[in-house]
Write a protein that binds this ligand. Structure first.
Ligand code: AMP
Ligand code: ZN
Length: 114
């Protein structure tokens, strides 16, 4: 089921990506336009268009994605901290309409975001 979704194609393997993480529910791969020394995208294999489209039945999956972010951050030794971002909808700045977590680390982040 790809329906012209870039991240579904990456999850299916139709478009190759360097899978730094894979389990039965999710994969993670580098962002093509990195905004920090570590910038990975963590996505569910299942297509969910955005966090706003996640249903109550997806609660365990969304929690799983967060736990994966922590595991990858540990593996990548982001011991000084990291940031997890989920851009959602137009005002959230979402450009790819398949739920994804940005995992950013390796430098100090600023606040507030732009
Ligand atoms: P967002 O703006 O939150 O929807 O984030 C989408 C992210 O996907 C951006 O940071 C892009 O740089 C990234 N991106 C777009 N195409 C690809 C791709 N083919 N492989 C990896 N990352 C991508
Ligand atoms: Zn998709």
């Amino acid at each position: 089921m790809s329906h012209d979704c870039l991240f579904c194609k990456i999850a299916e393997g139709t478009i190759p990506a360097n899978r730094v993480w894979e389990d039965e529910l999710s994969i993670a791969f580098p962002d093509i336009n990195p905004q920090a020394p570590t910038h990975l995208l963590i996505i569910p294999k299942q297509h969910i268009a955005s966090l706003a489209m996640a249903d109550p039945e997806h609660k365990p999956l969304v929690g799983h994605l967060m736990a994966v972010a922590t595991e990858i951050a540990r593996a990548q030794k982001l011991d000084h901290g990291f940031r997890v971002v989920i851009n959602t909808g137009d005002h959230g700045g979402q450009t790819v309409h398949h739920l994804h977590l940005h995992l950013l680390g390796g430098r100090a982040m600023n606040w507030p975001p732009g």
